[in-house]
Write a protein that binds this ligand. Structure first.
Ligand code: ZN
Length: 348
C-alpha cells in the first residue's frame, strides 16, 4: 500500500494524540517483521512447511526428539540472522527513545527490534527495559533442566550437528516422502462407491443413490485460517541426533540447553508477565498501538483491552482489515505494511 492511501485526517489526529501521550504501549506481532522477509510462525517456511510445528515446538516434541527441535530453531535463527530490521523497527526504537513511558510487548522471537536498538533487558536491568518479550527470543538459551542457567548467543551454528549443511542433508532425506506444494488428496471415487455400498447394506430398500456433495468432494484437509497447518501425509520425523551432540548446559553440566522461547503448551515467562502487569498498574495509559497482530490471539487481545480500561485510545496497524476484530468507535485503523505506515504516523 502506498503512503498516499493513508487518510491524512486520521494521521493528523493520531499524531496530535501521540504528541500529548506519555504512557504508550505497543502490542506487536509477526506483521512488524513481514517486510524484513520473515514469515509468520504458522506458515513456517521452506523445509518445515509440510510439518505440524505444534508437534515440534512443544514440551512433548522436546521429549521425543530434542535434536529435531534444535534443527527447527537453528533454521529459524539462521533466517532471522539473515534478515535486517525494517523502517518499522527503527520507528519504534525512535519512539521508545523520546517517550520514556513507552513499552513494547512483542510476540516476535526474531531479535530484530533489539538489533534495531531497543533493549530487552537481557544484559541490564530487565525491569527497566522498554521491550518485553512475551514469547522469548531465538537467541536466548536456557537450561532445559531447572538450574536456572541462561545465556545469549548469536553463533551459527551453535554446534556442528546444527550446521546448515546438516540441515540440507536432512532435507534430502525428508524430501523423499512428501513433495512441497503437493495438493492435498481428495476423497476418491472409489471411496464414494464404498460409502454408497455400505449405506445400501444398512438402509436396504430405503437407500437412495445421491451425488457426492461439495463437502464430500472437498480436499480431505481443507485448512481454515485458524486451523493449525498439518501435514497431509504425516511422516514421523527423527533427527537422528544424539543428545550429547547438542548444546549442553555449563551451569549444571547435567542438562541440555534449549531455546528460551515459549512453546505451545507453555506459560509465558512469569517475570515478564509481572513486569507488564506492574507497568499497567502504575498509572493511566494514553495510547495503545496494536501492530501486525490479529488482536484476537492471546495475549495481544488481553493487553489492548487492559490499555482501554486504563483510558488508552487504540490504533491498529495491520495488513488486513479483517484481522482486526475488536475495533471500537474512536480507534484509528491504518491498513498496510507496518514498514511504510509506522515511520509516517510515528515520525516527529
Ligand atoms: Zn543447567
Amino acid at each position: 500500500m502506498a503512503s498516499g492511501e493513508l487518510d491524512p485526517a486520521a494521521v493528523a489526529s493520531f499524531r496530535a494524540h501521540l504528541s500529548q501521550s506519555n504512557r504508550v504501549v505497543a502490542v506487536i506481532g509477526a506483521g512488524l517483521s513481514a517486510s524484513s522477509g520473515l514469515s509468520t510462525f504458522r506458515d513456517a517456511n521452506g523445509l518445515w512447511c509440510n510439518y505440524d510445528v505444534h508437534l515440534i515446538a512443544s514440551p512433548a516434541g522436546w521429549r521425543r526428539d530434542p535434536g529435531l527441535v534444535w534443527q527447527f530453531y537453528s533454521d529459524r535463527r539462521r533466517t532471522a540472522l539473515q534478515a535486517e530490521p525494517n523502517p518499522a523497527h527503527y520507528a519504534l526504537v525512535e519512539l521508545a527513545k523520546r517517550k520514556p513511558g513507552f513499552v513494547a510487548l512483542s510476540q516476535n522471537v526474531d531479535g530484530l527490534l533489539q538489533r534495531a536498538g531497543m533493549s530487552d533487558g537481557h544484559s541490564e536491568d530487565a525491569e527497566d527495559a522498554q521491550l518485553k518479550l512475551l514469547h522469548g527470543n531465538l537467541f536466548n538459551l536456557k537450561c532445559a533442566g531447572s538450574c536456572g542457567y541462561a545465556t545469549q548467543s548469536f553463533e551459527d551454528p551453535l554446534c556442528p550437528v546444527l550446521s546448515e549443511d546438516h540441515a540440507k542433508n536432512r532435507a534430502n532425506v525428508m524430501g523423499a516422502g512428501v513433495k512441497s506444494g503437493e495438493k492435498p488428496p481428495k476423497a476418491s471415487a472409489l471411496l464414494f462407491e464404498a460409502i454408497a455400498a455400505k449405506n445400501k447394506k444398512i438402509l436396504g430398500e430405503r437407500f437412495e443413490k445421491s451425488e457426492p456433495s461439495t463437502a464430500d468432494a472437498a480436499p480431505l484437509k481443507e485448512l481454515g485460517e485458524n486451523v493449525p497447518k498439518k501435514p497431509d501425509v504425516a511422516p514421523v520425523l527423527h533427527s537422528g541426533i544424539q543428545t550429547s551432540d547438542l548444546p549442553q548446559c555449563p551451569g549444571c553440566r547435567n542438562n541440555m540447553l534449549r531455546p528460551d522461547v515459549v512453546w505451545f503448551g507453555e506459560a509465558l515467562a512469569q517475570d515478564t508477565v509481572e513486569q507488564v502487569d506492574a507497568w499497567f498498574e502504575e498509572d493511566e495509559v494514553d495510547l495503545c498501538l496494536v501492530i501486525g497482530t490479529s488482536g484476537l490471539v492471546w495475549p495481544a487481545a488481553g493487553y489492548s483491552e487492559q490499555a482501554r480500561k486504563k483510558g488508552a485510545r487504540v490504533a491498529y496497524v495491520n495488513m488486513n482489515l479483517e484481522d482486526i476484530k475488536n475495533r471500537r468507535e474512536g480507534d484509528w485503523t491504518f491498513i498496510g505494511d507496518a514498514a511504510i505506515i509506522l515511520p509516517i504516523i510515528l515520525g516527529r
